[in-house]
Design a protein around this ligand. Structure first.
Ligand SMILES: Cc1cc2nc3c(=O)[nH]c(=O)nc-3n(C[C@H](O)[C@H](O)[C@H](O)COP(=O)(O)OP(=O)(O)OC[C@H]3O[C@@H](n4cnc5c(N)ncnc54)[C@H](O)[C@@H]3O)c2cc1C
Length: 364
């Protein structure tokens, strides 16, 4: 059995920033990630980020991942376990980890869940043909492994991820034949959409995918227009030949580890799906188990970082080893979060967070 004060599951922006605070507070901290590298989603992101200087605006995602790791150098009380997947989590705060075919047990005084999100998918005919994938997989293949899955592609979904990944793929030399959106307007920031339009990309609103066509692998897609009730408009279908299809229709918080210890969860659409319910200090309904980042509500890396800092600070207070600047930093990061959530998509998140709080109070 390995013992630690704080166990952080997930080394994305939320987990890495939480670790900085718990380490600065002098707590022994063990950070686990199933990947061979730290940084979570950031490691795949080649575009420059928005936000303020404090959230590393104008830096590329993978560079932010490097900065967050550099911020953790020189802490003798910090240990990393990579290529290690947490497969079991129990209410006495013991976890089972599978590290390169070997099972290990860890006992912690506090656990911070920062496991991020998984991609949603769509049901349509032949959606299991090779060359059809989610935006995360496409980014991994192209941006991390430098493999081009096809000369051209169609993107389903015009949210920020669909738009950003389309642009990244064009930078990698892939022709984006169309971006398809079932709603009557583009979901992501106009600035991203305008850039793509200027480059000649056709963004088709009120359109969805009807089926994928191919035998051994994807050869074409059939698109169809939909009305304001999302009903197909007969006779409006169109076939586009394509070597790759990317489905980017949203993310779901990875709440499974919280559910494993019977933490109270609720379905909150504004936060992306099922999330653990939290108090104001980011603690779940299970004493000593905290959670932050995309797994408690889909937002952005900038807010995941602020939540990570806050969670680490609250954990240090919970363990009676408060960070030396606890009070000032808590106020500061709350202010940062407040400013971030003042943006275009912030209101939806705030409604979701309010529901997450109320449901915890009202839950049996
Ligand atoms: C294409 C794309 C573009 C984006 N662009 C922006 C942008 O411009 N600006 C911005 O602010 N945000 C952006 N985001 C959002 C941002 O990447 C996420 O909000 C952020 O990464 C969430 O951080 P996180 O730490 O909560 O989760 P993640 O970054 O997902 O990290 C979770 C980590 O947990 C690990 N993990 C999960 N389960 C386990 C387990 N059982 N055991 C061990 N480890 C586990 C994973 O391996 C991963 O490393 C973008 C996202 C995408 C997909």
């Amino acid at each position: 059995m390995i013992y630690t004060d704080v166990l952080i599951i997930g080394g994305g922006p939320a987990g890495l920033t939480a670790a900085k605070m718990t380490c600065e507070a002098g707590l022994s901290t063990l950070l686990i990630d199933r990947s061979h590298i730290l940084g979570g989603q950031l490691t795949k992101q080649t575009h420059k980020f928005f936000g303020s200087k404090e959230q590393y605006a104008k830096q590329r995602g993978f560079d932010i991942a490097t900065i967050l790791q550099e911020n953790l150098q020189n802490f003798p009380n910090l240990t990393f376990m990579l290529e290690s997947t947490v497969v079991g989590l129990y209410e006495d705060k013991v976890v089972t980890v599978l590290q390169r075919n070997e099972y290990k047990k860890i006992s912690a005084k506090v656990i911070i869940l920062a496991t991020g999100a998984s991609e949603k998918f769509l049901a349509f005919e032949n959606n299991d043909l090779p060359q059809i994938m989610g935006a995360g997989a496409l980014q991994t293949i192209v941006n991390q492994y430098q493999v081009i899955p096809g000369k051209n592609m169609v993107m389903i979904g015009s949210g920020n991820i669909g738009l950003i990944v389309s642009y990244q793929m064009m930078q990698a030399g892939i022709e984006v034949k169309a971006i398809v959106e079932a709603n009557d307007c583009i979901g992501g920031y106009k600035v991203h959409a305008s850039k793509l339009k200027r480059l000649g990309v056709d963004i088709k609103t009120r359109t969805t995918i009807k089926r994928a066509i191919g035998t051994e692998k994807l050869e074409a897609v059939e698109l169809i227009q939909v009305d304001s009730n999302f009903k197909e408009i007969p006779g409006s279908s169109e076939i586009i030949e394509t070597e790759c299809l990317c489905v980017s229709v949203g993310l779901s918080p990875q709440h499974q580890l919280a559910s494993m210890i019977n933490a109270k969860t609720a379905y909150i659409p504004q936060l992306g799906g099922f999330v653990p319910l939290l108090n104001d200090q980011y603690m779940t309904s299970v004493e000593g188990v905290f959670a932050c980042g995309d797994m408690v509500g889909i937002e952005e890396a900038s807010s995941a970082m602020m939540e990570g800092y806050l969670t680490g600070l609250y954990v240090s207070q919970y363990l009676n080893e408060p960070h030396p600047e606890s009070e000032q930093l808590i106020e500061h990061y709350h202010q940062q979060l407040h400013e971030l959530r003042n943006g275009l998509f912030g209101n939806k998140t705030l409604i979701g967070i309010q529901k997450r709080k109320e449901k915890l109070t009202n839950a049996p």
